[in-house]
Write a protein of this length. Sequence first.
Length: 188
Amino acid sequence: MPRKVGASNRDRYVSRSKVRRREACAIGGRDDMPNRVAELCLSCSLCCTNGLFRSVPVRATEVAGLRARRLPLIKRGDEWLMPFPCAAHNGRCSIYSDRPSACRDYECDVLVALNSGQTPESAARSLLDRTNALVASIRTRIAGTGEFWADVDRFCKDSAEWRSRHADLLLDLFELHALLRRVDRKNG
């Protein structure tokens, strides 16, 4: 049931960032985001705490600054990645003004809809609050404290007995997948 992130994590962010940059230019840009939208982004954290992604690509020019902050980085071939859950996130992003460009450029579908006026703030907040509450609820019922989807993979067993004992968890995982697709269609 949990989705697997392929080897092309950078491609997901890069292609997504190009589209988002074009859209952001049309609505004033990410750094000019209205405070209420930035606050919604900061209060959500699904992209930082691995509800959506397992890692974020980091530019070579950003590596030294992130290492200076003692953040874990992984080098995979020529690509640098910062694994999630993000070590800079402790309830909120502690490096928001200096976050990697992939984080800075990314906007989930909820923010795009909110910025464009397609979704009212109350509906966006409700969707994100429910999704985060579900992640927190699932987290309390599975073993592990590391990467969310890896812990889900380790906990879930493919047997009728296990499925019967954990039917509520499976229903919540199904709902979580549906909500994540609403938050971000390409990655959820």
